[in-house]
Design a protein around this ligand. Structure first.
Ligand code: NAI
Length: 222
């Protein structure tokens, strides 16, 4: 695979995991690791790791292994963890409040720059370092702050209209908790990560209910 070929979603999903595991290895004071050792820790095959990293040109040297710090930095660079992409959160209800207060956005490559809700009574509420703003302020806010990502913590029924508005305001990246299906036909050029915590819980229940038909490893992130 050449450096400029497209990369599959499965590879993209494994990158944060590599980044996280390498951080753990580094914090144990280990400076060098073979793909076999890394594979054992991560419960994937060494060839999977090599294949994945080859999508980006490959790292490490045959017979030497990987320099943990360098590899982590390179993967961080690919993920863009230092970019601080501005993100706006829509819907300051139970979920929105939790995400506004408890997530360390800078660690993952973005920066929460605004929180909005249609309920005017919530305007002025302080959530961590953010103050909830009314939706009427969203337009001028976007003109000034140029958010790139929208975090949707609104009910599904509200999402189509909100997505359209956000798209008009230039936002094309959606971290979508609303269960609304954002498609490219609706928002051309959109990039979307749909999050369904319930899917993960159902997968866990499946494993409990079907012990004979579950994978050998207990790691569901592969
Ligand atoms: P909630 O009712 O506590 O909060 C929703 C907030 O959205 C309210 O503050 C409301 O005023 C605001 N809102 C409604 N319409 C809006 C609009 N047009 N513009 C801006 N703000 C608007 O609900 P909760 O518990 O925070 O959940 C939010 C959504 O996330 C629900 O649809 C729920 O089903 C979904 N959810 C999804 C999860 C997932 O894993 N994807 C997990 C938990 C909840």
């Amino acid at each position: 695979m050449s450096k400029n070929d497209k990369v599959s979603n499965s590879v993209i999903r494994r990158l944060p995991r590599y980044y996280r595991f390498l951080g753990e290895v580094l914090s144990e004071g280990i400076g060098k690791i073979s793909s076999r050792e890394l594979a054992e820790r991560m419960k994937v095959t060494a060839s999977q790791i090599r294949q994945d990293l080859n999508c980006f040109g490959g790292f490490g040297q045959q017979g030497y292994g990987y320099n943990v710090s360098e590899l982590r930095e390179e993967i961080g660079e690919i993920l863009g963890v230092n970019k601080e992409l501005p993100a706006v959160l829509i819907g300051a209800g139970n979920l929105g409040r939790a995400l506004a207060v408890h997530l360390d956005y800078e660690k993952y490559g973005c920066r929460l720059c605004g929180v909005f809700d249609i309920n005017e009574k919530l305007a002025g509420t302080v959530l961590g370092s953010m103050t909830v703003q009314p939706m009427s302020e969203l337009g001028s806010f976007c003109e000034n702050e140029l958010p790139v990502i929208a975090i949707l913590c609104i009910p599904r029924e509200a999402a189509p209209e909100v997505c359209e508005r956000l798209s008009e305001l230039g936002i094309k990246a959606f971290w979508n908790f609303s269960h609304y299906d954002i498609t490219l036909e609706k928002i051309p050029g959109a990039v979307v990560e749909n999050v369904h915590l319930g899917d993960s819980l159902m997968a866990l229940c499946y494993k409990i209910n079907n012990p004979e038909k579950r994978p050998d490893t207990e790691d569901s992130e592969q």
